[in-house]
Design a protein around this ligand. Structure first.
Ligand code: SAM
Length: 480
């Protein structure tokens, strides 16, 4: 029985409710009066200095997703863009994944780390190797990482993950810093989530892979990940352990996208209902080719235009949530996705264990094929060319603005006086310390223009002074 407040996976992700929603959406997909009302409801509305957005329920959003009328799809894209602009402006946050270990005891059929894969080289970074990877990442200009590991209680116990986090935060090479470590590791206990929280992590990310229990069990035939309830209830345990920034995602291509879309929104509604705060981020990965994995065997692959529509509908339904697109996707796909609400992208990613210290992109321990293989400098320059401010900001969680405090900043419209200058200051750091001459030139031009948009004079003045200080000294890490 569907119950958004229940702590039981099968009640807050109720199969029947998803099937009924698919049916309801199908019945209403040409109900343009309803669709107009929904788009109107979802639009940002001015409120004081800021804006508010109502979002949509999973039932309402499913109607938008089902609608295949071209004119209405264009309208959806416009509303998604308006929402992104209202809450996140033109900033795009950059990060990179750091693969710590590909040892894994699970049997996930789409992942090359699965236990039966005997030809993939198994590797786990030592702390010295973590240090070398972090230096390579800092030398590119990265400030924010997402650490990744397979699930293996012997090779990758929580103590190993915690050691790696400590190592990462302790390294300051030249003017480099990793200021936010997000963590993407298997579902674990409340006690372990508390340890991660105490280690100072940013977001705890866990992809659901699929919300469909039957498919989930088939796709995860062996290992601890087989337990659907334990996996699906992980975010509740993470919240109980004190982590209030959690990141959801499904691996598109495994199951029907309609089912996944509704499941994802029901999960977001559940977190909001029970913990008072929805997901900090939603990721939208698609299954890729990998060692021992042929994505064509999964018959739910989605074409690019549907993928963009899914992203737009997520943006409309969950307006305050950050949305992430990785280098699994090509430059072209990422460009389209940026238009409909993506707020974070990875850059120059290597999905192999120890990949950043190798000259050539190594394949032997790689998790999946990377489509966008540009350097960080190329991605930064491209973002600016497409009208976005590349941001290396990590200020919010370091200033305690996590969970509902981040969301209220978002809703109050203060982002323009806070995130905007932070983005410009961290971009300055990047330009001064790491950028090519062409990127520098384009970047400083952009910063000059963007500074003018800061409405509060005191904030603008401080930002300008800080930017000058970054240019003329080794002083770093200014933030509002
Ligand atoms: N081991 C952790 C867990 O069980 O959730 C997560 C770490 S794994 C390195 C990160 C994510 O990569 C997985 O959650 C999965 O969605 C994704 N992934 C696995 N195989 C993939 C493939 N062939 N193509 C694209 N993404 C894949």
């Amino acid at each position: 029985m569907y119950n958004v407040n229940s702590l039981k996976a099968e009640e807050f992700i109720d199969n029947q409710e998803i099937l009924d929603t698919i049916e309801y959406a199908e019945a209403n997909k040409n109900n343009f009066k309803l669709i107009d009302e929904l788009l109107e409801k979802a639009r940002p509305v001015k409120s004081g200095d800021g804006c508010v957005c109502k979002g949509l329920t999973h039932r309402e959003a499913a109607v938008l997703l089902a609608c295949d009328d071209k004119t209405y799809i264009e309208k959806m894209f416009k509303v998604a863009e308006e929402i992104k602009e209202a809450f996140y402006g033109n900033r795009i946050v950059l990060f990179a994944p750091l693969y710590l270990s590909n040892y894994c005891v699970n049997g996930c059929v789409y992942c090359p780390y699965h236990m039966k894969n005997k030809h993939i080289a198994r590797k786990k970074l030592t702390q010295e190797e973590v240090k070398a990877e972090v230096i390579a990442l800092q030398d590119m200009g990265h400030k924010r990482l997402a650490i990744e590991a397979g699930e293996d209680p012997v090779n990758n116990p929580i103590e190993y993950i915690l050691d790696c986090i400590n190592t990462i935060y302790s390294i300051h090479h030249k003017n480099g810093d990793i200021r936010r470590v997000n963590v993407n590791i298997a579902a674990t206990t409340v006690e372990n989530y508390r340890k991660l929280k105490d280690a100072g992590i940013g977001t705890y990310i866990l992809f659901q892979e699929t919300y469909n229990k039957k498919s989930y069990e088939e796709l995860h035939p062996t290992g601890p990940k087989h337990d659907y309830a334990y996996h699906t209830e992980a975010m509740d345990r993470a919240m109980e352990g004190g982590i209030d920034d959690v990141g959801l995602g499904v691996l598109f291509g495994l199951e029907s996208y309609k089912y996944e879309f509704i499941g994802l929104l029901m999960h977001a509604e559940h977190l909001e209902a029970v913990h008072g705060v929805g997901p900090h981020t939603i990721s939208v990965p698609r299954v890729k080719h990998a060692d021992d994995i042929n994505p064509d065997v999964f018959d739910n692959s989605i074409p690019d235009d549907m993928f963009t529509k899914i992203a737009a509908c997520i943006r409309i339904a969950v307006p305050y949530t950050g949305m992430i697109i990785s280098t699994r996707e090509s430059e072209d796909v990422r460009r389209e996705m940026l238009k409909v609400g993506i707020s974070q992208v990875s850059g120059a990613s290597r999905t192999s264990v120890g990949g950043y210290t190798e000259e050539e992109r190594p394949h032997d321990t790689e998790q999946f094929d990377v489509s966008d293989q540009r350097t960080l400098d190329e991605v930064v320059h491209w973002l600016m060319d497409t009208g976005h401010i590349p941001s290396f900001c990590t200020a919010c969680y370091r200033a305690g603005r996590t969970g509902d405090r981040f969301m209220s900043l978002c809703k109050s419209g203060q982002i323009i006086n806070c995130c905007h200058p932070n983005a410009l200051m961290t971009l300055t750091e990047y330009l001064v310390d790491y950028a090519s001459e062409e990127t520098k030139e384009a970047g400083f031009k952009m910063i000059e223009e963007e500074l003018k948009k800061i409405p509060k004079e005191t904030v603008r003045k401080t930002a300008e002074e800080n930017i000058e200080a970054i240019k003329n000294s080794n002083r770093r890490d200014f933030r509002f």
